[in-house]
Design a protein around this ligand. Structure first.
Ligand SMILES: C[S@@+](CC[C@H](N)C(=O)[O-])C[C@H]1O[C@@H](n2cnc3c(N)ncnc32)[C@H](O)[C@@H]1O
Length: 237
């Protein structure tokens, strides 16, 4: 475990220093300590050179990831002993909860830094490093689809904040969620998420939703009264 940790820290050397934040999962007694970069402004400057204009959102703690982790902590049966795929893992808050609950988890993100941080946080907080795969939804390539069958459970927390991602994510979930399987989508009310839901529910997918109003790790999110909706979207058999 120590050598895996050293390898992950070496992969993260360019974004050091890291700090550790405590995340309490709402409605549970569970918490986790999450490593994340200190210098967000430097990451923003580095992103300016990116031709896809991708901002380093993976470096922040988002209410949707916390809400999804709390839901899994309250209801571990959602993922226990099941093959689970996470889209856009960020720092790995949801991944820690899924591994603690006993999921057979594969996490994806387009950011190698996010994948390394998710690996570090799952190793430190779930005692097991998540399996990772670098995937860009806009051009997913063949590897994800070559990993055996589609997944019975797919998790996605706050992944719909840009209009350009609606169509690629609709196409992706049709391929990665198994017939009869579930997409768990946590979202804080951004318009692209509403459009995604409209489209997917115009097909035969069935939704059940519930809300979570924190408290969140960032006091600013509490001040703004952020509410996250978690949708359980079941694909027809
Ligand atoms: C708002 S963050 C949410 C992170 C995490 N799910 C959470 O809730 O804390 C969005 C995540 O999606 C990833 N992401 C954004 N666009 C992506 C794309 N086109 N392909 C793969 N990952 C992407 C980002 O790197 C980031 O980790």
């Amino acid at each position: 475990m120590e050598s895996r940790r050293s390898e992950l820290l070496a992969a993260l050397a360019e974004i050091e220093p890291l700090r550790v934040d405590r995340v309490d999962l709402p409605g549970t007694t569970e918490s986790m300590m999450i490593s994340r970069p200190v210098d967000y402004d430097r990451l923003i400057d580095d992103a300016a050179a990116d031709p896809e204009q991708n901002l380093p959102y993976w470096a922040e703690l988002w209410p949707s990831g916390v809400a999804m982790a709390a839901k899994i902590a309250r209801e571990p049966g959602i993922v226990r002993s099941r093959r689970v795929l996470e889209l856009g893992c960020g720092l790995g808050v949801t991944a820690v909860a899924a591994l603690r609950a006993g999921a057979d988890l594969l996490v994806t993100d387009y950011s190698p830094e996010a994948l390394a941080l998710c690996g570090l946080n799952t190793l430190d907080q779930a005692g097991e490093q998540s399996k990772t795969l670098r995937v860009n939804w806009r051009d997913p390539g063949p590897t994800l689809f070559a990993t055996r069958d589609a997944f019975p459970v797919v998790l996605a927390a706050d992944v719909l904040y840009e209009r350009r991602d609606i169509a690629p994510l609709l196409a992706l979930v049709e391929r990665v969620v198994a017939p009869g399987g579930e997409l768990w989508l946590a979202e804080p009310g951004r318009p692209p998420a509403a459009r995604f839901l409209e489209s997917i529910l115009a097909g035969e997918w069935i939704a059940q939703s519930e809300q979570c109003s924190g408290p969140w790790p960032d006091p600013e999110d509490n001040r703004k009264g952020v509410v996250v909706t978690i949708h359980q979207l079941r694909r027809p058999c």
